[in-house]
Design a protein around this ligand. Structure first.
Ligand SMILES: Nc1ncnc2c1ncn2[C@@H]1O[C@H](COP(=O)(O)OP(=O)(O)OP(=O)(O)O)[C@@H](O)[C@H]1O
Ligand SMILES: O=c1ccn([C@@H]2O[C@H](COP(=O)(O)O)[C@@H](O)[C@H]2O)c(=O)[nH]1
Length: 238
């Protein structure tokens, strides 16, 4: 059997995709499908760390946060990612995967704090680590948290699993003439202001020479294809 293309990866799961067809929150069938995808690649022996977004519950820049102090709204967003992380870890437990949630914000009665050596130990033990609460700082996003934690744990690649199947010349949900890239450099993605990830995340990955693969979380088998090194999504490279 062919071997996975990567030993250790940072998987960024879309918070928004967790809603499925619901208006907000966590759709049960959707989270179970995501976990089934994760289980498939964990069974290949790939060391998996996960960052999950919070857009299905709260975004600091969303209309609902209008009029709020930005930092306060952002802390609410980070807490939303803790809820998603707990739900994800629980769904993984039910699927027979051992997972550990580590939070960038101190809420020790709920989840253990992020401690890098401990996270590395969990990964070496074959546990899936879920990094909650983003970077722990307002004015950032979970994409940047994925770039940061991916760099810290020595991941070979950041896998951004989202609602679109790659990086396009424009937002494909707004521009029907948008064209998908097979590969694109960080410099081009940043200079063209492609909004699929924020510029901070792109810049950090570029500086750390950490490639990103953007692909669809909705397409069945896409995560496994990416892990096996098959042609899937868009590779963002140095
Ligand atoms: N050039 C582009 N190529 C692809 N998608 C783009 C582009 N510009 C904007 N987008 C939008 O970016 C979205 C993905 O990024 P976004 O951060 O909003 O979602 P997410 O990471 O999946 O959600 P969350 O932040 O909740 O985890 C896509 O759904 C798409 O509509
Ligand atoms: O490091 C971080 C990460 C996230 N936030 C806030 O949380 C929400 C949800 O995260 P998404 O990446 O948008 O899914 C985000 O809008 C921020 O408000 C943060 O402040 N710092």
């Amino acid at each position: 059997m062919t071997k996975p293309a990567y030993k250790r990866v940072l998987l960024k799961l879309s918070g928004e995709a967790l809603m499925g067809d619901d208006a907000y929150g966590i759709n049960r069938a959707t989270i179970e499908r995501m976990v089934a995808d994760v289980a498939e690649v964990a069974a290949l022996g790939v060391e998996l760390a996960i960052v999950i977004g919070g857009g299905n519950i709260f975004r600091g820049v969303a209309p609902g946060a209008q009029g709020m102090d930005r930092a306060t709204a952002d802390y609410m967003g980070m807490l939303a990612t803790v809820m998603n992380s707990l739900a994800l870890a629980d769904a993984m437990r039910q699927a027979g995967i051992t997972a550990r949630v580590m939070s960038a914000i101190s809420i020790e009665q709920v989840v253990e704090p992020y401690v890098r050596p401990k996270a590395l130990q969990y990964l070496e033990e074959g546990k899936v680590v879920v990094f909650a609460a983003g970077t722990g700082n307002p004015f950032f996003t979970t994409d940047t948290a994925a770039a940061l934690r991916g760099s810290e744990i020595g991941a070979e690649i950041v896998l951004k699993a989202t609602k679109v199947d790659g990086v396009y010349s424009a937002d494909p949900n707004k521009d029907r003439n948008a064209v998908r890239y097979g590969t694109i450099s960080f410099d081009e993605a940043i200079s063209k202001h492609l909004q699929v990830m924020d510029a901070t995340a792109f810049a950090l990955c570029r500086d750390q020479k950490l490639p990103i693969k953007v692909f669809s979380i909705v397409k069945p088998g896409a995560l496994k294809n990416v892990i096996m090194g098959d042609d899937e999504g868009t590779l963002v490279h140095v």
